[in-house]
Design a protein around this ligand. Structure first.
Ligand code: ATP
Ligand code: MG
Length: 265
């Protein structure tokens, strides 16, 4: 069974008298433990797809089945329960939290809300999560403002895995990081996937990043999915002008470095 099955998803926005088809009849599937890279130029609809999937905004039409359930019609207790299984990592968590929030509180929230472990075990679970993402347990008492951008993304990943999800939606999760830190975060994500069988919908405008982590790559253009295939098919033999334009934007891809070398990106 597919973990995720998106069919004919559409969404329009009107702003300032302009009507934009942000998403037009997009269909795709994701298998358990798979990484699907979602590429496309700015404004092509990648974040709109991610936000509908996370139920941050509604769709105008189409369906999503997640773990076999009709995801867009779930509500109440069942939605709350199943939300634990789909988590997110965005570009920077600083905007999403009170800047005085401590690392411990950022990680405690999902453990408490989804009742992952009994209350008495939460501090130990927080320490274990921090260590799993490569941070000392002593970071729990710091404020999220006091840690570096790369460390904050490690905390965002720890928060995402805290509820033992089957899918994590990552939207430009490494785009703001230096190249050297980016490679280490991508390595961590690949390790966690191998260890826990988590699937990733990995949104990035950077094909070099997607090549390093993706099993398959989908390419969007003006709200439509214009190409989907294995990472090597899309990068070595692109069929759409949108994929060719993204490849041309990354000189290292043109030189033909090997795939899935996390240090290259
Ligand atoms: N809340 C909104 N109101 C009006 N228009 C919107 C809104 N959100 C997105 N759009 C429009 O929908 C289209 C798709 O936007 P989206 O953010 O999904 O693109 P994207 O592929 O994520 O781009 P980027 O790479 O820049 O993040 C764009 O034309 C955008 O201007
Ligand atoms: Mg976006």
């Amino acid at each position: 069974m597919m973990l995720l099955d998106i069919a004919d998803l559409s969404r329009r926005f009107s702003s300032g008298g302009r009507d934009v088809a942000a998403l037009s009849d997009v269909s795709l599937t994701l298998a358990p433990g798979e990484t699907l890279g979602l590429a496309g130029a700015s404004g092509s609809g990648k974040s709109t797809l991610a936000r509908i999937l996370l139920r941050l905004i509604p769709a105008d039409g189409g369906t999503i089945h997640f773990e076999g359930k009709d995801w867009l019609t779930l509500s109440g207790a069942e939605l709350r329960r199943r939300r634990a299984k789909m988590q997110m990592v965005f570009q920077d968590i600083l905007g999403a939290f009170n800047p005085r929030a401590t690392v411990a509180s950022v990680l405690d929230d999902p453990l408490r809300i989804h009742e992952i472990v009994p209350k008495a075990e939460r501090p130990g679970e927080i320490a274990a999560l921090l260590e799993r993402v490569g941070l000392p347990a002593s970071y729990a008492t710091r404020s999220i403002r006091e840690v570096s951008g790369g460390q904050r993304q490690r905390i965002a990943i720890a928060r995402a895995i805290a509820t033992r999800p089957s899918l994590i939606v990552l939207d430009e999760a490494v785009s703001a990081l230096d190249v050297s830190i980016r490679g280490k975060i991508l390595e961590l994500l690949v390790e966690l996937q191998q260890e826990r069988g988590i699937a990733y919908l990995f949104v990035s405008h950077d094909l070099a990043v997607l090549r390093a982590v993706s099993h398959r790559i989908a390419v969007m253009q003006a709200g439509r999915l214009v190409e989907i295939g294995t990472a090597s098919q899309v990068i070595e033999n692109p069929q759409s002008s949108a994929a060719r334009a993204l490849i041309a934007a990354v000189p290292r891809l043109v030189t033909g470095l090997p795939e899935r070398h996390y240090y290259d990106v």
